[in-house]
Design a protein around this ligand. Sequence first.
Ligand SMILES: [Zn+2]
Length: 378
Amino acid sequence: MARRAAAKPDDLKARLRSLTTELMLIPGLSGYEGRVRKRLAAELHALKLATRTDRLGNLIATIPGDPEAPSVMLFAHMDQLGLVVRKIEANGLIRVERLGGVPEKALPAQAVLFMVDEGRDVPGVIANKSHHATGQDEKYRVLPYAELYIDAGFSGAEEVLAAGIDIGTPVVYYPAALPLAGDRLAGTSVDDRAACAVVVEVARGLLASHRRPTVHIVFSVLEEYNLRGAVTAAQALLPDIAIQLDLILATDTPDMAARGDVILGGGPAMSLYSFHGRGTLNGTIPHPALPVLFDETAADEGLPLQRSAHVGALTDSSYVQLVGQGVAAIDLGFPMRYSHSALEVCDIGDLAALTRLLIAGISRIDSGFSLSRDDFPQ
Ligand SMILES: [Zn+2]
């Protein structure tokens, strides 16, 4: 009798490496996630899951489970940060606006891609003043983005327009994926395509298990823009529990040492506290049932689980938790270095362990799983 062999851990890592890499190479600025959505919808369809897309562009699929158990929304964002064309100079050089938390000191000398249309995208370079003409006073100055311009090879505004680039055209870092030593992978939009790949693998794992709550898979839009894309999905789905997947800042480089103990390659991590105090006043303190669930799951499964608590970043869960009568939320993720630069770095082993933690943890959510605050006196 033919019996399907259980997936070997190495198969999981190979699939995660391949899908993460593929997703990193698809441009998808906030508000322009269509190509990423198409690719992820194909992944879900291959798992025999029906998908729907809401008006904002969130891609949603539901894995039915025990109706007595609290329902779960598991989500990761499809979009990436970047730039938008603001002005086309008469000489063909192009000025841009920032979209999302683009680090200005990481911009000059970067390759970019104008998202015109599939097959018609246009590469360009963000200019960096010729070194031989750079004065002593300019050498250590970070140029504000308004002073930067993009050279795509055109010599007049008409040529730019003829190529399909106009005011409002989306621009992203030139998509790249660079395998580093061992399990390390560098490149564009590891945030949050790596988590999108994890969600696909978690869906595969949950479909193979018979014990599970109802799980709504959501690939969200507009996270890097205003963090509210996932809210409409949550309003429609009204989940009891929201599990958000994104990067967790790795703090094992010299410049980050004082911020925490999260090690790249040290396994998945959960956030116990986040807050963003600049402009967006929000963050997430997880519902107490959820750190307990994942701590116990990690211990029983022999998986590492790192902890993170810091100010300066937040995710969609901040807003999703406020939907309806309140949603029990938690941020889980993979350690990542060099966030929002064109060469972010993650570790495929962390993605695999995060996938296993989520499959095992979510499978434990049954009809007896309490979200009552009376059970958590602190
Ligand atoms: Zn992100």
